[in-house]
Write a protein that binds this ligand. Structure first.
Ligand code: 13P
Ligand code: SF4
Length: 334
């Protein structure tokens, strides 16, 4: 059962999506009104569509969003991102209502790993601790010792004793990259992000020839050959900062295309070229899970306060420990 199938099984209905939105409804005005009336906060990941990014109270990458969820005093958290992110917000805020515009917004990485699967791997390596990327469901978090995001993974792994045996789940690409930059030999779960794995080294190499002044920047969820030729590798927030602060005027961006919206705003004069993917007939550099959320669904979700993220309390408490550990260990990271 995938994360989403489990979540759907817990929900009485998804009827809110069938509700009609009256013609002429000003979605922005209505969302603004409901946000005040319901004391709601809208948190959005950089991979959301531009209109959702623009209306959010807080826009960020996974680490920034986890921190925002930890610190909010809103009564309702409207999470514009994917399921594991909304679940993380719920783990941190058990008494608050957490809603996600489309419950089907999953993640290939989260679906690659289950709590049961991880328990089996732990049995094979009883002396290892488990460090999991935040892109996993609550069952996997509950089996983990520390959660990391792409912004703090290197820092956190470096803070662990060199001789500590580590299982890293579920992203093999991020894990391999962290092994390389930290000199570790972590045991890697074999999961991947369908978006970041779609980038084509061959086509990117041609883009680099066509744009000789452009710097290639890549997210560590991309495959090793792409990371090897990149001028800079970083989390979503770090890629954004790099484009804003680096002296280069052109960048080939090997990550989910949604981030280009904020890059264009913060670095208006710079040329941003989305990196090409293996299949030129698809929008493979867009995460179709993230893009399931729309302004219409955001409006309906705020109006009907559905679908709500619900979770077993025992799992929540187990999943909270490694998230808190991450928040504690990454205080030095901006
Ligand atoms: P970050 O937000 O940590 O960069 O992760 C990227 C991602 O794929 C989120 O799903
Ligand atoms: Fe998951 Fe990749 Fe989409 Fe992020 S971009 S939510 S890792 S499938």
């Amino acid at each position: 059962m995938t994360t989403i199938e489990k979540a759907m099984a817990m929900l009485p209905a998804r009827g809110y999506l069938d509700m009609e939105i009256p013609g002429g409804t000003d979605l922005v005005a209505e969302i603004n009104h409901m946000r005040k009336e319901k004391n709601a906060i809208i948190l959005a990941h950089y991979y959301q569509t531009g209109d959702i990014q623009d209306i959010a109270d807080f826009l960020g990458d996974s680490l920034q969003l986890a921190r925002a969820a930890e610190n909010t005093d809103a009564d309702m958290i409207v999470f514009c991102g994917v399921h594991f992110m909304a679940e993380t917000a719920k783990i941190l805020n058990p008494t608050k209502k957490v809603v996600l515009p489309d419950l089907l917004a999953g993640c290939s990485l989260a679906d690659s790993c289950s709590g049961e699967g991880l328990r089996e791997l732990k049995k094979e390596h009883p002396d290892a601790i488990v460090v999991s990327y935040i892109n996993c469901d609550s069952g996997v978090k509950a089996e983990s010792d520390i959660i990391v995001t792409s912004s703090n993974a290197e820092h956190i792994i470096n803070s662990l004793p060199q001789e500590q045996k580590i299982i890293f789940a579920p992203d093999r690409n991020l894990g391999r990259y962290i092994n390389q930059v930290t000199g570790r030999n972590m045991i890697l779960w074999d999961g991947a992000c369908i978006v970041h794995e779609a980038f084509s080294l061959e086509r990117i190499a041609q883009q680099m020839l066509d744009h000789p002044k452009a710097k290639l920047i890549a997210h560590p969820e991309a495959q090793k050959p792409v990371l090897q030729v990149a001028h800079y590798v970083g989390s979503t927030a770090n890629l954004l900062n790099y484009v804003v602060n680096d002296s280069a005027e052109e960048f080939i961006v090997a990550t989910e295309e949604g981030i280009l919206h904020e890059m264009r705003k913060r670095a208006p004069g710079k040329k941003l070229i989305p990196a090409l993917t293996i299949d030129d007939t698809c929008n493979c550099s867009e995460c179709h899970f993230m893009k399931l959320n729309t302004m219409q669904k955001l409006y309906l979700c705020m109006k009907y306060e559905q679908p709500e993220i619900l979770m077993d309390e025992e799992i929540r408490l187990k999943a909270l420990r490694p998230i808190n550990k991450m928040l504690e260990l990454s205080k030095a990271i901006k």
